[in-house]
Unconditional design. Sequence first.
Length: 131
Amino acid sequence: MEKQYSQLAVRDIDSRETKSGTDNLSAFPTYFAVKKGMENLRAQVILHGLVQGVNFRASTRSEASRLGVGGWVRNLPDGTVQALFEGEKEKVEKIIAWCRKGPPGARVSNVDIAWEPYEGEYKRFDIRYGM
């Protein structure tokens, strides 16, 4: 089954071919490389429980950076933590699994996950402050 890519030229690293049928990647505003068999995705996550004041954001940034996941994390006014993760499916799933436990001192009671199509918007992981 052929995956649909909108407004993207996707070059397969192994074959050096593009899904758009041309090798002129400079004509496309967004470009990312895809290795055969690798699936990228994006997830919006809300973490509930004792997740603020326990170094959750800094620990999440450290773990996401270690895994090579892009995105951001921030505290919300209602006491939850929101994060956006982007990258290889396996790595995004690993950071979400880590978030279910969190750093020492955290007590995660619930994790809400909204899966989204990969956009390639974030190459690094940051902490956001404020809304």
